[in-house]
Design a protein around this ligand. Sequence first.
Ligand code: ASP
Ligand code: MG
Length: 467
Amino acid sequence: MKIVMKFGGVSVADGDKMRRVGTIVRKFHRDNHKLIIVTSAMQSVTDSLTDMARRASKGEKKAVHDFIDAIHSKHKKAAESAIMAEQILGRTMAVVDSRCDELKNILLGIAHIGELTPRSRDYVLGYGEKLSAPVLQGVIEDLGMKSKALTGGEAGIVTDDRFGDATPLMNVTAHQARQSLDHLLDEGIVPVISGFIASTQEGVQTTLGRGGSDHTASIIGAAVKADEVWVWKDVEGLMTANPRIVKSARMIDTISFAEAMELAHFGAEVIHPKALECAAKYQLPFRIKSLKDPESAGTIIVNEVKVKAGDVVKAITNIADVSLITVSGASMVGTPRLAAKVLQILTDEDVDVLMISQSSSEESITLAIPKTSGHKAQNALELSLLGSKQVREVTIEDGLSIVAVVGAGMRGTPGVAARVFTTMARNSINIRAIAQGSSELNISFIVNKADAKKAVEALHSDFKLGE
Ligand code: ASP
Ligand code: MG
């Protein structure tokens, strides 16, 4: 099989973990699979680059030197503990040294000019993956395989020039990726691709947005027509509920992209939605594999899953901390444009709207958003709307959670909502707002945060998901 394997920041967080990644690669390489590895930056490195880029633009040159020392020693330490052969270590460190030098010069340049453009910011942010990939290459070589580190651009990923959130141009990418990767695979070389970063057609480095290396894996998988993409995680796979909340939570064997996207949206932070979207579009089976149990099949996400009779619900998920924002005013009646405006204001502020419902009297619109963006959202809405005569007030309430029931079998099965709300009533859980996606793949509702655990447990047991 041709498999793209993606390892996230946590799985390459230090030398020991990189070594574990290397042994997993060796295991499947020995089974004669053609492997392409996609790696993230070591854990927290991208965050620190983000912070450093900002500080550099404020002219903090001293901080640049300290930062380079720290990031250099982090990668050196990982390499030294994970690579035994001196020659391989030497070669690896030569790359790490020269990349750290480049990064230092760029950051000092930014500090000198006192300006950080989206383009230079992307350039800086990419160094996390530009450093982790060569180290992982060294580890893989040290374990007896041939390997080659490539940046996303070198691997062939071409994007538009929306720095910070670039979109791949799939036709060119497919062509170039095959050119750069096929011969490596034929020669038994394991390519290690820096996730998250890509390149414009002119060769300028871009990034795919935070958390984007999952997306890199799907892009590469689609481009080289891989049989599967495997994303390695510290969890067993996708679960019927958060195992920290529900003891009897079970791993889900097979799930559809549509369902997995609902889960991703409702708090099961497992895979980047863009990665799922891309894999779904190219009918690329996407597997979540467990670092702790590499033999286990994990969860496979595919385009269509046959719904078994009686199997209406797949998983119960929740978002622990949400705020409800209510925009109200008697004269909102019949003003659909207001709803659009509210959403636009929140989009401009980068606020993720999790749920929206409008009372049928049309006197108010209620939106659920992550608690962390609550006050930003309220301020922005007040600033833009209170002047208009339509809106009387914008209120906010915290201490709430979203619970979502997800499953393709709910589509066209009457009575699921009744069952959900009967279960809530039996447990005396008060429901504050309800929404059902028109896809009918989920029913989501808002409860007091204190009731969320009970709600998830009750639904998990009522729908017999632990069995
Ligand atoms: N390193 C990037 C980030 O932290 C991309 C990724 O980890 O997926 O956002
Ligand atoms: Mg990540």
